[in-house]
Design a protein. Sequence first.
Length: 135
Amino acid sequence: MHRRRVVFDINVLVSRLLLPASTPDRAVRRGVDEALVLVSEASMIELADVLSRPKFDPYVTLADRRMFLQLLGRIADMVPVVYRVQACRDPKDDMVLELALNGRADLIVTGDADLLALRVFRDIPIVTPRAFLGP
């Protein structure tokens, strides 16, 4: 049986950590349980950078953020990015598309309007966490 290969955008992962029992939290948990979650070196570096920001201190301890990053690194499939992409109106979002393309993803889950505007990238649907969870 083929496990779906899913890319969760950084915004979804951060929301999952900051907002327990939220839609992003449920989406990431389902992804971990039912799919193969894909990450790249660039996405892990970006996530580490975002999670190190002091603005999150009142919500989640730095130790918990580091633990989240370590756990994600252990359970996710690390994808080497060989093929580069320039397809999104926000060039910073191309990293997500590169991960999906190089990892042969079946789906991208994001809350980012620039990525969602694409709807599909090279036959890879781009959906919100709510759409990922289904009706």
